[in-house]
Each structure stands twice: as C-alpha cells, then as structure tokens.
Design a protein around this ligand. Structure first.
Ligand SMILES: Cc1cc2nc3c(=O)[nH]c(=O)nc-3n(C[C@H](O)[C@H](O)[C@H](O)COP(=O)(O)O)c2cc1C
Length: 293
C-alpha cells in the first residue's frame, strides 16, 4: 500500500523542490547579510565622522549616510556672477559701527510703546542675509505681537524658570547670575511690543520630500541672530537674548512649528521702560580679546 507521504507531490518531485528550497534559503541569508553589513558600515561611518573635530556641529545621521548613493546638490548649479566688493558702506565705517555696537545693552524692562512692524521686518531681513553652511539658511524667525500669545509664552517660561531657578540650576549658576538680578518673573515677555523666537532648522526638506542636510545649523542661526541684534540696535531699539531652559518643545508646539525646528533663542524687542536699569558691566579691552600674529 502506497502511503500518503509517498503520494505527496513534494515527495515525488523532491529532486526539483530541494534545490529550489536551498536556493531560496541561500538568497534570504545573503540578503540579510548584505543589509546587516550596510547597517554596520553606516554606523561605522557615523562613528568615524563623529570622531572628527567639529563634526558634532554637522548633523549627519545613519539615514543620511544610507542615502549616499543618491547624491545631487541641494542648490541649483549655475555660473558664478562677478562681484567687486561692498557697495553700501556706513558713514564713519567700522569706528561708527563699533560705537553703535558698544551702545547695545541687554534690556530686561520694556516700555509698551509700539514699534512699526516694518522696522522689525527690516531687522529680520538683515538677519536673513547671514552666511550659512552650504547656503542652507537654516533659520525661522517667529515674530509675536499678539497679547494672548505673549501671555501664553510668559506662562510657559515662568513656570519652567521657577523650576530652573529653584531646582534645576546648579548653585554656582544661580550665584553667577545674581549680579544680573534675574529671576523667574519675566515681565518683559508681555510688556515688549514684540517677541522674536528664533528656531534653528536641524534639517530641511527637498522638493521630493527627501531630507536636506543643514550643516552647522546652530552656528549659522547664531550668526544670523548677531546680525539681528545689530539691526535692532541700528533702529534705536533694544533687545535681550534669552535661552529659557527646557521651554523649547512647549514653545515649538504653541507656535505649531515643525519637528525639524528647535528653539535657539527668544528676544523681546522694543524700547526700554523709563525706569529701566542695566547691570554695571564693563567689556574686555581689545588687548584681551585680540591676538596679532
Ligand atoms: C547665549 C546667551 C544666553 C543668554 N541667556 C539669557 C537669559 O536666559 N536670560 C537673561 O536675562 N539674559 C540672558 N543673556 C544675556 C546676558 O546675560 C547678557 O548678554 C550679558 O549679561 C552681557 O550684558 P549686555 O548684553 O548688556 O552686554 C544671554 C546672553 C547670551 C549671549
């Protein structure tokens, strides 16, 4: 009597099925091996890259390295254009600019006197002229004049700053800050006519929705912020760089900013209040900050 096993197709044609099965198993094994190798190589490259001095400032992830067989420039490739140097200069040049820069002070008490939005727009335009890694322009300037949003921002920041000052900041830190007389109460967040929240874009998106690298995005955005400070000063306005600890995610979500944007700094902008006072600070002399070779 022929058994059910002997009758089965598999049994009858095992000479065909066995090599096919072995081939398929080998294919799966090689595919897995290739994927593991690619992953290991990408991790190795990221590790090697991260060992380079300054590499921590250039955000390169395994995902970026995975895409490396599809290189194409993010900028359009065009002929270079002639340039003969600066054509707009300040009367008085660098000396006058220094006088203006040296006149800037961080202001923590503001008048509610309004400022035309056009002035702020020009200041942000100036900030947007900043140089950036591979011309990625990795910044977003959120300008807030709405009283309700300013109040919401103040609520978020004061709540976190209370914890920062009382629980999170090291004793040395709060001690170093004491001459500046700062605390968790931030009236300037609602008094100043504008708040500017500056976000660094840690990456961008190309038209095909692929990730665009934003090299040195923090340095680039910080330079743009410096230009913004000078522009604000040139308009006769005051500002204050603030870095509210642990408030970035809540402020990003309040303003509906996308996931690639991280809060770098927040500035109130306006005129100082009539009773404004600033810490009595002096600045380092040129001989202390410049070394000639
Ligand atoms: C990166 C950075 C972070 C700062 N963070 C704060 C801050 O969170 N709160 C604040 O009141 N001032 C902050 N400041 C302002 C400094 O305290 C101020 O620049 C410094 O005391 C010098 O004063 P001046 O700006 O009047 O020259 C910050 C400044 C910088 C550059």
């Amino acid at each position: 009597m022929v058994s059910a096993v002997e009758q089965s197709v598999l049994f009858q044609y095992w000479q065909i099925f066995l090599p096919l099965f072995l081939l398929f198993a080998a294919f799966l094994y090689l595919k897995d091996k290739k994927e593991i190798e690619a992953f290991t190589n990408a991790s190795k490259k990221v590790r090697e890259h991260n060992k380079l001095d300054g590499a921590d400032l250039v955000a390169v992830t395994e995902e970026d390295i995975d895409q490396e067989d599809e290189f194409s420039p993010s900028l359009e490739t065009k002929d270079h254009v002639p340039f003969s140097g600066a054509s707009v200069t300040l009367p008085g040049g660098a000396k006058e600019f220094y006088k203006m820069a040296n006149d800037r002070r961080s202001v923590r008490k503001y008048s509610t006197k309004p400022v035309p939005i056009e002035v702020i727009e020009d200041c942000v335009r100036s900030a947007g002229t900043g140089p950036s890694g591979a011309h990625t322009e990795p910044w977003t300037f959120c300008v807030i004049s709405s009283a309700e949003i300013k109040q919401e921002i103040r609520d978020i920041i004061e709540q976190e700053e209370l914890l920062n000052y009382t629980q999170r900041m090291h004793k040395q830190w709060t001690t170093d800050l004491s001459p500046l007389k700062t605390n968790h109460v931030k009236e300037y967040l609602t008094d100043a006519p504008y708040l500017i929240l500056i976000f660094k874009q840690t990456y961008g998106l190309r038209e095909d929705r692929k990730r665009k690298q934003h090299y040195y995005n923090e340095i680039s955005t910080s330079i743009a912020t410096g230009i913004l400070l000078s522009a604000i000063q040139s308009a006769g306005l005051s500002s204050l760089i603030t870095t509210p600890l642990n408030c970035g995610p809540a402020l990003r979500s309040l303003l509906n900013r996308p996931a690639n944007e991280k809060l770098l700094v927040l500035l109130p902008v306006g005129y100082p209040s009539d009773d404004c006072k600033v810490p009595d600070l002096s600045r380092k002399d040129l001989s202390e900050i410049m070394v000639k070779y």
